[in-house]
Every structure is written in C-alpha cells, then in structure tokens.
Design a protein around this ligand. Structure first.
Ligand code: MSP
Length: 506
C-alpha cells in the first residue's frame, strides 16, 4: 500500500488565522482526501508554531502569560482546521511536552554529528519573520516581507554548520529534479545555495519563550529550528504508545507558501542530513493569495475572512473557490466579488442546476427511479478521461487543473441535456428507451463527477450521491461510468448551491 505523509506549515499563533492559512490547509486536505480515495495510507499533519519572540511579544501586548496566550490562539487555528473540514490526523503544537523533548534529542544528534559550535552572532533580526538578515537582504534598510526596520543583535549563540551541507544539498537537487515543485522555486533554492551558505544560529540567548538548549540552559533553540522539527516529532507521539515514524517517514509531500521556501528547501534538508534522517520526497510550494496585488496578511490588514465566506456561501464553495480561482502554485488576487461570481456561475448554475434538473426529470418522467440504461459513449469517455486527468494532476499537485478536468464533464453533461432534450423525448412513447438512456447518462455522469470531486467538495458531493440514491462510498474505483445501479431511488432535496443575490462586502 502506498503511504503518504503529508504536512502543512505550522502556523504562528501571534494573531488569529486568515484566509491564507485556510488556503494551505484546504489544499493539503484535498490531496489527503484524494489519496485516501485511491486507497493510500495517509497521515495528514497540521498544527501551530508557538515559541519565539514574535509570539512572546504578542502575549505581552495582551498582558497574559505566553502559555495562556498560545493555548487560546492555537485553539482558534484548530477550530479553523475543523471548520474547513480538514481531515488532519493530528494537530501538533510546538508547546507539547513531547515535541519539546524530541527537539532536544534532535539537536543533540546534530551536535553529536559535529555540526554545532558556539560563536557570537552580530547582525540583524526581523521578529516578524523570526529570521536573521544581512544588509544585502534588505530593501531600503527594511525587511523585504514586513517593511519594518530589523533589530541589531549581538549575542553568543550556538551555530549550525549549514555551510558544510552545500554540496550535499546541491547533489540532492541534482539527483531529484522534482524535490521542489514548481521548478521555479527549485531554481530559487539552488541559486541560494550556489550563492554560498553561511552557518546559522541554532539558539537564542535573549529569548526565554522556547525550548532550552539541552547542554546550555541559558539559551533556547531558535524558533525555526524548533518548528521544522515538528514534522518529525509529531509521528512519535500522535498515537500514544505507537511510534508512527517507521510507517510514515519520510514525508511524501510538504506543502508551504513561497515565503518560507528557504527554511524548508535549504535549512530543513540540511538538518535532516545532520541528524541522519531521510529527506522528504517533495516540497510543494504555492504562491500568495493577494488582495489588490498585495500579499494578504494580518499586518497589512487586507485579509478576507474565511468565516464570513463560509457563512454566506457554505464551506464547499470556499474550498472550490480557493482551488479554482487561484492557479495553485502561482499568486492570485482574491475578493468577495470573485467568490460571488464563481459561486453563482459555476456552482449554482453549472453544477447545481444540472443536478436539480436531472433529479426533477427523473421524478417527472420516471417517478423518481433511475431507469436502467447505458451511459452515452461520449460521456463515458469524458468521465474516464476526467478521472485519469484528475488523479494525474493531483499527483503533481496541479490542483486547479485537476478541478478543471472534472469540470469538463459538468460542461459536457450540460451540453448533453440541451442536445438530447429529454423533455421532447418524453412526449413520444416510442422513444422511451432513448429517454431511459439519456436520464441514466445524466444521473450516472453526475454521480461520477461527485466521486471525482469529493476531495475538493466533500459535503456537496455526499449530498449529490444521496440525492441520486447512490451509495456514499467514494473509492476511486467508483470514478468510472456505468456504475449507478438501475432502480436507484432519487431523494429530491433543496438546491445544492442556491443562487445568492447579495455579494459580501458590496
Ligand atoms: N510558523 C511559520 C512556519 C513554520 S513551518 C515549520 C510560519 N507561519 S505563518 O503563520 O506565517 O504561516 C505561513 C504559511 O501560511 C505560508 O507558508 C502559507 O502556507 C500560509 N499563508 C499565510 N498567508 C498567506 C497568503 N497570503 N497566501 C498564501 N498562503 C499564505 O511561517
């Protein structure tokens, strides 16, 4: 059986989540659900990154202890994962005692490998990024991500000999050209390595809110080192008494935004080499959700509220919109207007109407019972091809194109209804067999589309199957034509995606 360990970044709990965080979690969830449909043994991890100065300062601003603060905000992220219907198998928190102990063992291994030494760091630090910068990294003296002036730091630190790994990292990129996708991000990481790697701080002297360095209690482990290790620590305690490492390590897919490429594509693999662990198979890097071309972020204050969208249009509309409107991998502008337009055009009209018309015609002409028949050969071929393409595209994490492949069948079925005009056939008793075949083709085609799209829109697809009287299972073997049982009894329900007139934010 194929094993798929799949991760999202763990999110900072300095502020509440926004649509950008929901985006990565939803995309990973689609991949996880889809691979389960195909029979893979999947472990899907998400969680929160809770240490470091950024979080400690946020707690201080609220005048609460860091632990109480992270408990509260982490629970909002956990709720978001739940509210977007993410099927994560565990939710890790870096303040978990098991994680902290694991981090200490991990850095001990790096030290045993001879990769850690003591020195003085003198340079710049951006708390927003929790990252060390050189003058050359800055834009007009400011952090390229946050536009803030970084602090000058000078302190004794433990260092990780990252520079020693440049050749081994490049060898990995050479040997596994798809280690990082899309290719442009792999090139960026390679260029960075080729530009010369410097050793990095592995600890901080002045930050108390973190995991103590095991051999030096005056220092805590740098938050990024601590955070990256979550992907390995989680497997050791997600199921008490059952270490899942042998079963799932290394990760098959690690998904993240391009903002944290360097940490994942350079530092993380070097840390794994140092500790003697296998490297992930693939890092999948997506772009930014933007609002009027600026990265959506809490500090810029241009966020779209996922909870508002879910309230107005429903969760599956949000999932669909994010995958469909922003080509996965690139940047994309999002807005309430665009959510609204896609919802009414594609979900309410193309898909929703197709389902209601079909069920209504089966009700009117065949007393609500799906007649025996055969799926039209053109539609059958379209279903086979859509299922193949959907799977192949998810394999490359081309999620937008995957959805598009499934939508082709929706478009074909809409054309098929118009061409065959069942309402005309129904008027001629001699054409009853033809009408049976048309109705069967529509019901069976919609069923197959619902199976194909179940990872993207789990609730809506379950409703479609129930409406058609089809069994609820979405195993990938069902993503094929001709599998709807004749005499299935349809269960007419309200519209799948009722038309909505008022846009949000209008
Ligand atoms: N805590 C670190 C990650 C540690 S992983 C070992 C961190 N956290 S974060 O809260 O800032 O989340 C960053 C991630 O959230 C991005 O990589 C991306 O997955 C997601 N996004 C946050 N804002 C986003 C957009 N505007 N657009 C797309 N994704 C966004 O970095």
């Amino acid at each position: 059986m194929q094993r798929y360990y799949l991760t999202t970044p763990i999110y900072y709990v300095n502020a509440n989540p926004h649509l950008g965080h929901a985006y990565t979690t939803i995309a990973a969830d689609v991949a996880a659900r889809h691979m389960r449909q195909r029979g893979a043994d999947v472990f899907f991890l998400t969680g929160t990154d809770e240490h470091g100065s950024k979080v400690a300062r946020a707690a201080e601003r609220e005048g609460v202890e860091p632990q109480a603060f992270v408990d509260r905000v982490s629970s909002v992220f956990r709720q978001l994962a739940h509210d977007v219907n993410a099927t994560n198998d565990f939710f890790i928190r870096t303040s978990d005692a098991e994680h902290e102990a694991f981090v200490q063992r991990f850095v001990e291994r790096m030290k045993d490998a001879g990769d850690i030494y003591e020195s003085t760091y003198a340079g710049l630090y951006c708390t927003g990024c929790e990252a060390f910068y050189t003058d050359a990294d800055l834009v007009d003296g400011r952090c390229p991500q946050h536009g803030t002036v970084p602090e000058h730091l000078e302190e004794r630190n433990w260092f990780f000999r990252l520079s020693a790994y440049a050749d081994r990292l490049l060898a990995r990129y050479e040997a596994a050209p798809e280690f990082v996708l899309p290719r442009v991000r792999a090139n960026e990481a390679r260029a960075f390595i080729e530009g010369g790697l410097e050793d990095i701080s592995l600890s901080r002297a002045s930050i108390e809110w973190g995991v103590p360095v095991p051999w030096d209690s005056g220092q805590t482990i740098y938050v990024w080192i601590d955070a990256l290790i979550n992907y390995a620590s989680a497997l050791t305690y997600a199921r008490p008494g059952d270490d899942l490492t042998a079963r799932y390590w290394p990760p098959r897919w690690q998904m993240l935004g391009k903002d944290i490429l360097k940490f994942h594509a350079v530092i993380w693999p070097a840390m794994l080499m140092s500790a003697g662990l296998a490297l992930p198979d693939q890092l999948l890097i997506h772009g930014y959700l933007t609002v009027r071309d600026a990265k959506m972020s809490k500090s810029v204050g241009n966020v779209l509220d996922p909870f508002l969208v879910i309230d107005r249009y429903g969760l599956d509309a949000l999932r669909y919109y994010l995958l469909r409107d922003v080509r996965f991998g690139g940047d994309g502008d999002v807005s309430y207007e665009r959510v609204h337009a896609r919802y009414n055009q594609e979900l309410a009209n193309d898909l929703g109407n197709l389902v209601s018309r079909t069920v209504a015609m089966i009700g009117r002409y065949r007393e609500g019972v799906v007649p025996g028949g055969t799926t039209d050969s053109t539609v059958a071929a379209a279903i086979i091809s859509a299922a193949e393409q959907f799977a192949a595209r998810v394999d490359r994490l081309e999620l937008t194109d995957a959805i598009d492949a499934a939508w082709q069948v929706v478009r074909d079925l809409n054309r098929f209804v118009e061409d065959r005009a069942p309402w005309t056939l129904a008027k001629e008793t001699t054409r009853a067999v033809e009408l049976d075949n048309v109705l069967y083709t529509l019901a069976d085609g919609i069923r197959a589309v619902a199976v194909i799209l179940a990872s993207a829109m789990p609730d809506a697809c379950a409703r479609v199957l129930a409406t058609l009287g089809a069994p609820p299972g979405v195993a990938w073997s069902q993503a094929a034509p001709g599998l709807l049982a004749a005499l299935a009894v349809t269960q007419p329900a309200g519209p799948l995606f009722p038309r909505i007139d008022d846009a949000l934010g209008a």
